[in-house]
Design a protein around this ligand. Structure first.
Ligand SMILES: Nc1ncnc2c1ncn2[C@@H]1O[C@H](COP(=O)(O)OP(=O)(O)OP(=O)(O)O)[C@@H](O)[C@H]1O
Ligand SMILES: [Mg+2]
Length: 299
């Protein structure tokens, strides 16, 4: 069974997209079959990996975008998957094993105009379609916006695990707290639609410090986050094994550059592989993060 994981925090801009894209790339490099689903209408993951030209073609009509599952509702998820999404300039496949379900700006309509069928809510529609293709994957990852509105609900309902990217600041802690509150409410709302075969509802399994600057001491924010996590674990509102991951992802210019190049950091080349302070680099951070997630097996 594929491991299904959402990256989410109620705080925006903490690094959900950069972490999920680069972790997905690290997993694919290890030979895992990875499906990355973009549930953020900003389309950052989709534009990054498809690059603007290919993404524009989908955005122009909405055909091939995840919203077409809901409206007009005739699309099949398996037809939306862009296989081996990362391509070079000549269309050569650069990262076999990393597939994408793209979104475009029309996903915002899921929040307002879409009415749907209360007996078959949007998140159930998505989950049923995902179940039909999930055997082809080892990891299915969901990039979510900083909320648990309808688009996020699709990812969260289909997930069994949640990782929360955080920056070493007070707002990330507030975002984490709000996330756990909203998550509890969504699980209550959606409980009657869950089936045993779907496994446990997604709980927070890990928090990941991202964009940590060299020489900045993060012990105080880390301690505050650990205290909050302990409270949630004691109240059974986070997974019993939930933890702050050992891996921290450093702040590195190449992470921003990679977006402009349309590549995960691991494919950027010498700029990314050059050793930074301590003789290490950000690619190794993503590799360590992927390895830690692989090891963090959920019972
Ligand atoms: N480790 C890093 N080093 C340097 N810059 C980073 C790092 N991680 C993320 N960034 C940059 O920070 C910005 C926000 O990152 P990202 O888009 O991944 O956050 P997000 O949580 O997905 O945001 P949103 O809430 O808008 O979806 C981007 O410009 C990204 O390139
Ligand atoms: Mg994002």
């Amino acid at each position: 069974m594929a491991r299904k994981i959402s990256f989410i925090n109620y705080k925006g801009g903490v690094g959900k997209t950069s972490l999920i894209v680069n972790t997905a790339a690290a997993l694919a490099k290890l030979g895992h079959r990875v499906l990355l689903c973009d549930f953020d209408t900003q389309s950052n993951t989709s534009i990054w990996l498809l690059r603007l030209e290919r993404w524009n073609q989908i955005n122009a009509t909405g055909e091939g975008s995840v919203y077409s599952l809901f409206d007009p509702g005739r699309a099949q998820l398996r037809d939306l998957v862009v296989k081996d999404v990362v391509e070079g300039k000549a269309g050569e496949k650069l990262l076999p094993g990393l597939d994408l379900v793209p979104t475009t700006f029309n996903l915002v309509d899921l929040e307002n105009e879409f009415t749907g069928d209360p007996k078959r809510p949007h998140y159930l529609v998505f989950q049923e379609q995902l179940a039909a293709i999930e055997a082809g994957y080892d990891f299915i990852l969901f990039d979510c916006p900083p909320n648990i509105l309808r688009a996020s609900q699709c990812g969260i309902f289909s997930s069994n695990e949640i990782y929360v990217p955080v920056n070493p600041d007070a707002l990330s802690l507030i975002g984490f707290t709000l996330l756990v509150e909203k998550l509890g409410k969504f699980h209550q709302l959606s409980a009657s639609f869950r089936r045993a075969a779907m496994g446990a509802p997604a709980q927070v399994q890990g928090l990941v410090f991202n964009a940590v600057k060299t020489g900045v001491d993060i012990e105080v924010p880390k301690m505050r986050l650990q205290l909050r996590l302990n409270q949630f674990r004691a109240a059974k509102r986070a997974a019993p094994a939930a933890k702050i991951l050992r891996t921290q992802v450093r702040d590195a210019m190449v992470v921003r550059r990679a977006v402009a190049l349309g590549l995960p950091v691991v494919l950027v080349g010498s700029e990314a592989t050059d050793a930074g302070p301590g003789g290490d680099n950000v690619i190794n951070d993503y590799r360590r993060l992927a390895a830690e997630i692989i090891q963090h097996l959920v019972p």
